[in-house]
Design a protein around this ligand. Sequence first.
Ligand SMILES: [Mn+2]
Length: 311
Amino acid sequence: MSVANADLPLYGELGMTFMQWPQVTNLERSDAEVVVTGVPFDLATSGRPGARLGPAAIRQASANLIWEGARWPWSFALDDYLAVEDSGNLLFKHGEPQTLVDNLEAHIGSIVSSGKKALTFGGDHFITLPVLRAYAKKYGPVALVHVDAHTDTYSGGSRYDHGTIFHHAVQEGLVDHEHSIQLGIRTSYTVEGHPFEVLDAAWINDHGPTATLERIRARVGDKPIYVSFDIDGLDPAFAPGTGTPVVAGLTVDCALKLIRGLQGLDLIGMDVVEVAPAYDNAEITALAGATLALEFLYVLAATTHSLGVHK
Ligand SMILES: [Mn+2]
């Protein structure tokens, strides 16, 4: 006698796209409003490698978020308002970093030039530089909202270096630094002449998300905003799975409120970088990354369609 239930399939898809959203098969024909890309690159890390496995871990962790049709506290289901597709992982030659730079800028360029927004999962933080080059081609210098333990503005370093990218972004005119802000910083940088406003982790932890959002909004104004979220901006208690953790960071509660508080602003794209699952415990870092990205998408939909949260 068979034990199989005729009403149930015997096997299914692995669901390795982000949130089980459709995979992009033809970017030019896609009518997605947001395109997800994984960038499995970590040759620019200075500390522990492993962020190349971040995209897979974030997609896997997003499986925990799918059951909740309308994510609390939002009062609507995202799928009713925002079309998101996953383009898979960027292809490049792993031993030849310049192929990563060229392919990533071209890929993000093809997304944003067609009016779509890019949600990009690193990889180490170096990947943000080619992404910003693509964005700047369409938008000019963008306002940067950057969450990180590190400013990543060091002027030395090598050609492919995850600690120098925002120095180069300013030098190349990719970001409008006078309307950009760095949040959660708690490592040394040259304060004098620093191009960005900085709210360090202690200030944010003392003052809370509401006061922080006032400072963010005052800084960015009505500029197009790109959000770059290094997962090490979170405290290692919430994000141990990363290459260069630093204690005394932000809570996930605070970070989610900061993302949520961007509603109404001109948000054009986001990345979540430096998730390194080899150092993670119980997927908590990957889950934090997946959740922050999902909240960003809710904010996009809420902004476009004037939606909100349960009161
Ligand atoms: Mn960092």
